[in-house]
Design a protein around this ligand. Sequence first.
Ligand code: SF4
Ligand code: SF4
Length: 425
Amino acid sequence: MERFPPPDFESGYTFPPTTAPPPRADLMQYVDVAVLLAALALAAYFVLKLRSRKHVFWLTVFSVAYFGFYRKGCICSVGSTQDVALALFNSHYTLPWSVLAFFLLPLVFALFFGRVFCAAVCPLGAIQELVVVKPRTLPPWLEHGLSVIPFIYLGAGILFAATGSAFLFCQYDPFVSLYRRSGAFAMVALGGVFLLLGTMIGRPYCRFLCPYGALLSLCSRVSRHNVTLLPDDCVHCQLCDVACPYGAIREPTGLLPTPTPQQLWQRRLVFGGLAVLLVLGGGWLGRQLAVPFSKLNPTVALAEQVAAEATGKAWQMTDASKVFHDSGKPAEELYAQALRIRQRFTVGGMLWGALAGLVLGVKLLSLVQFDRRRCSFEPDPGQCVACARCYTHCPNEQARIKREQRAKTIPLSAAPAGASVTKNA
Ligand code: SF4
Ligand code: SF4
């Protein structure tokens, strides 16, 4: 029984079908969070302990089925970022506990075990994972250039959510229409384009757009347990590099020309100075964009329309302005509200621009080898989505598996005298 049934129109009006899944019953919210927790724990176990691509693959299929088609892509950790941003800046917005759990749990796991959420739990990542057919390697300049977009998109999404203007991540989620089997044609087409592209360029949305992936990559960089490839035994065969569809393997720095300390300092000064300029320039640009961006807020847009009607600049009323006039509210109240929102856009726009500049600056600095030296091919903890493909291609990993299998099958009594046979040799 609905608590607030819709009015029964006599005009024959029929309500359009809603595209969002209906609200979840309280009990089922516990089920969703429990499934998320179990899936994260399994993903961490499969990736880091079992080191099994096969298990990760089947968990991916499960996530597509449960979080994708059954839950219709909602509740979603990517979208939850906006709820958290709105709740932080608007005291009237109540953040459901399950949404907070979906926001926090993958980040906590990333802090301890790397991006195991991306590996096989996120429905957006999972569907792209299943369509990778013939991945190509992008040139490093393009890979580096595109990899800053998720941070910029994250800042924009937070700005729009915090000002109550829009939930951009949900509005432009390319796969949700597919999971719901409904939605605007443009969004269905966008999902199709991403999947088609994903057959040749591994996980294009995850790598070059996902705002939550940006947060996960930051957490994953400080995680102690990440995907590793037996670095002590690396024979530089590059098979892991070839196997990784996401360009996440970093080559040994020993193979690159080593800059002299003087060259390194010169580069640091040039790129550091450039980074400061980018932060200042970004802040200035963000401030300039505040006014046009604020017009996307429905309250600001309504205030502009009402003001234009009052000054004779607009001849026709819109549906929204008609409803406003009918409500009898004073226009001054609306103008004051719109001004407050615009001020928030000004401050938020500056911060967002500065953040975008900072991300570009840090990227530039990372290109002058501030990272530690590497003696072997290693997965980049921020970029690796823990798909476990490289395990199956690394000859050392295969040798390790054989050693383990042999150790399990050879009885201790049959081992050569003096040899120690352990299970995890
Ligand atoms: S990068 Fe984003 S979309 Fe991709 S798997 Fe991770 S959270 Fe999901
Ligand atoms: S697990 Fe290996 S193959 Fe998969 S993304 Fe990480 S480095 Fe690449």
